[in-house]
Design a protein around this ligand. Structure first.
Ligand SMILES: C[S@@+](CC[C@H](N)C(=O)[O-])C[C@H]1O[C@@H](n2cnc3c(N)ncnc32)[C@H](O)[C@@H]1O
Length: 363
């Protein structure tokens, strides 16, 4: 019979963080192609990436010379449930001798990639030979490969740009570490992370912004035991609302949005609890309104800091200076819900709206 404590452990296990979402090569390629010039001559570090399964490693290794990279470093974390499925490098004769024990995380450094079959291009056949090269090393880590550990912070310090899809459950800490170390980065994160106060503060201060491909329906490969949405080529795939966060330059941040609508108080009601108007679609931002506007977070896809200023967010920022009131039970039995967001009054009833960014046109 299951005891109380074993039940508790089972419950804990089912609540355990699920962080194994493997990025598809197509998603890596679609985004990274925009930063080719910025990668040139740089040390790239992928610190949540088992090279035998990570498409970030695959992309950078295969494009090492075309991008003109100085070095590629990857560190892996513990034993991965799908290790070796995507890039079975160690199956190559001769590489077995340097294969770290299965469960051990390791660090790989690529300093040189030779076009082995001399066809002028570096393809995956060449990449498979990478680790035979004297200048490239595989070193087992003594710890578990946690990105916060000393032996992973050391390559972080050496790196110019960090590129990966880190564990969603540790996203706040992950970004904090990058910022503390003043690193350039390009990483995947859940779209909801925009509203985390630890992340939003950087967005508001123009220290972090979004990359190019922020479609919310990216598919990630997941381990056997995870819930999944579909099977593609025998792999279990889960769709996640994931977007790119970066502090590398992104050209669309320099393009201004053109507007076509004019302000009127019926179409753009004022919030009941914020000194701002509700704009429910980014494309309908009124061209002639100079006050504060609440817009959907998808605005960040079009945000040009020379055109707009971000003043706050109506979510998780109770002390926002544009908030004009806090509701009590006397206002509504749902006062807690109302206090979480901006609310509009419709036919006498208060209705909370989704999280809104508070923005203003720059003079
Ligand atoms: C979202 S998955 C992405 C994997 C890979 N970067 C990719 O894009 O395919 C996050 C990875 O981080 C690893 N991970 C979890 N906690 C970690 C930690 N504390 N330090 C380093 N890696 C961690 C997970 O095992 C998982 O492989």
């Amino acid at each position: 019979m299951a005891t109380k404590s074993s039940n508790k452990n089972l419950h804990k296990a089912s609540q355990a963080k699920k962080d194994e979402f493997y990025t598809q090569l197509v998603d890596v390629e679609k985004e990274l192609k925009h930063y080719k010039k910025q990668f040139q001559g740089k040390v790239i570090y992928c610190n949540c990436d088992d090279p035998f399964e990570s498409n970030f490693f695959k992309y950078f290794a295969a494009n090492f010379n075309a991008l003109g990279l100085r070095k590629l470093i990857t560190t892996s974390y513990n034993k991965s449930p799908i290790a070796g499925r995507q890039l079975p490098l160690f199956e190559m004769e001769g590489l077995k001798s340097i294969k770290p024990k299965d469960a051990e995380p390791y660090k790989i450094e690529i300093n040189e990639v030779i076009d082995i079959n001399s066809d002028g291009a570096i393809n995956l056949e060449d990449v498979k030979q990478l680790l035979r090269h004297d200048k490239n090393t595989v070193i087992p880590l003594s710890g578990n490969g946690d990105f916060r550990s000393e032996e992973c912070i050391e390559p972080l310090k050496e790196a110019d740009i960090v590129v990966t899809n880190p564990p969603f459950s540790l996203f706040r800490e992950y970004v904090a570490q990058l910022m503390e170390n003043k690193k350039k980065f390009l990483i995947i994160g859940n779209v909801n992370a925009i509203t985390y106060k630890e992340i939003f503060k950087f967005i508001k201060d123009n220290r972090v912004w979004l990359g190019y491909c922020n479609n919310r329906d990216k598919k990630f490969e997941v381990p056997e035991t995870y819930e999944y949405d579909e099977i593609i080529d025998g792999k279990k795939m889960k769709t996640v609302g994931a977007i790119w966060y970066t502090n590398l330059d992104v050209s669309k941040r320099h393009e201004s949005i053109t507007f076509y609508k004019k302000y009127n108080s019926e179409e753009y009601p004022k919030y009941d609890n914020y000194d701002a108007i509700e704009v429910s679609k980014v494309s309908e931002i009124p061209m002639d309104f100079n006050g504060v506007m609440g817009v959907p977070i998808t605005f960040l896809d079009k945000y040009n800091p020379e055109q707009f200023e971000i003043l706050g967010i109506t979510d998780r920022e109770p002390k926002n200076k544009y908030r004009t009131k806090m509701y009590t039970r006397e206002d509504s039995p749902k006062y807690n819900d109302l206090n979480r967001r901006a609310a509009i009054r419709i036919n006498g009833y208060l209705k909370p709206v989704y999280a809104r960014l508070l923005i203003k046109v720059k003079k």
